[in-house]
Design a protein around this ligand. Structure first.
Ligand code: UFG
Length: 358
């Protein structure tokens, strides 16, 4: 048995090696939490967690001892149970979960919905089941703004119509509904926060960790980075006839380190408050078009991003901007980093790690 500080909170982080997971792990470790990370590495690399250790060790060598890593899939209930057992053996039982694990390509989900339902839904059901069996009833879940679908609203509030337009979004919506049923089954027990992410970009300012998707990237920022590095000749902008000011898609980009901090704020809020079920928009409340994003990236990083206009992409929406009033009210916090910082940190990561985690 390891000897633990009994005041230290112990958290299971699913998908902790991924883009948002790894950044959140750094922030959690720096705050003194003990982490049990489970990751299958289907869309991430073990190296990201090695870098997390490197990063936190710079601050305090002893912090790295608080990271326990397990390779595997959430649908493996025996593995999940063994992680809870391990935390008990270590004298510091897991008492909450941050659930990042899942697959997230909109395009892939249209081609292969079976895998999306299997991985995202079944994985979450196994997780909740094991949590319940281990008397752990606190969870922060990675949901997505994609569940809102098409909207005419300038900014979207959490009570807006939920109407996702792609299978990936439908799995996220379904998990939220499943979690609601679980909460309703025993409202005096469960503490659940669904964080509806808008568009996370950027990287840790150390440039030791960042976004490095396996296979072809799906999101705009890795593409812009690849064009900036010369790996791609130009960016294809998906449509210039959207009903937006310049005709290109508008999104609410949020710095991944703000998002990491948002997870910790949410978790601490749950810990300090009565059982409840919470939906929170994780966005800045500022809309940026594809053309504006390219312009900012070019100006901040002094690089050129050639682009062409292509067809609209299936499953896309014109505009998605968070109304983040609830976030500010409930957590007494809001994202602080600017679009310039997102572009700067994101490019620094790419330019210093041209091969990502390879
Ligand atoms: N875009 C391009 N060219 C590209 C890639 C994207 O023009 O090569 C455009 C899109 O059309 C969109 C904007 O850039 O207007 C952002 O696209 P992303 O693919 O980066 O992000 P999405 O908003 O489509 O989706 C992301 C995540 C989802 C999440 C959603 C929430 O990928 O997981 O944000 O809004 F659900």
């Amino acid at each position: 048995m390891k000897h633990r500080n009994c005041n230290m909170k112990s958290i299971l982080v699913t998908g902790g090696a991924g883009f948002i997971g790894s950044h959140t792990c750094v922030t959690l470790l720096e705050k003194g939490y003990e982490l049990y990370v489970i990751d299958s590495y289907v869309n991430s690399y073990p190296t990201s967690l090695k870098r997390v250790i490197e990063l936190v060790s710079k601050k305090d060598k002893s912090l790295s001892r608080n990271l326990n890593v397990f390779e595997g899939d959430l649908r493996d209930s025996n593995l999940l149970q063994s992680i809870f057992d391990k935390s008990r053996e270590n004298g510091n039982p897991i008492d909450s979960v941050i659930h990042f694990a899942g697959i997230k390509s909109v395009a892939q989900s249209i081609l292969d919905p079976i895998s999306y339902w299997d991985s995202n839904l079944i994985g979450t059901i196994c997780l909740i089941n094991t949590m319940n069996q281990n008397n752990c009833h606190e969870i922060v879940f990675s949901s997505s703004a994609t569940i809102y679908g098409n909207t005419d609203r300038e900014k979207i509030t959490e009570d807006a119509l939920i109407k996702p337009v792609n299978p990936y979004g439908i799995t996220k919506m379904s998990i939220e509904k499943f979690l609601r049923n679980v909460y309703d089954s025993c409202q005096e027990k469960w503490k659940i926060a669904n964080l509806r992410y808008f568009n996370p970009i950027g990287a840790h300012s150390s440039s030791l960790i960042g976004e490095y998707p396996k296979g072809e990237p799906n999101n705009i920022f890795p593409y812009i980075n690849n064009v900036a590095s010369g790996d791609l000749l130009s960016l294809s902008i998906f449509g210039n006839d959207w009903p937006t000011a310049d005709g290109t898609g508008v999104r609410d980009y949020i710095h991944v380190m703000d998002l990491a901090e948002g997870h910790i704020r949410s978790l601490e809020f749950l810990k300090n408050n009565k059982p409840q079920f919470l939906n929170l928009n994780m966005g800045t409340g500022k809309g940026t078009s594809v053309l504006e994003l390219i312009k900012t990236f070019e100006e901040v990083n002094k690089v050129r991003i050639p682009f062409t206009f292509g067809e609209r992409r299936s499953g896309d929406v014109a505009k998605l901007i968070a109304d983040n009033s609830l976030l500010k009210l409930i957590l007494n916090w809001e994202p602080k980093r600017t679009l310039e910082e997102m572009c700067k940190d994101g490019w620094k990561w790419q330019s210093q790690n041209p091969l990502g985690y390879k």
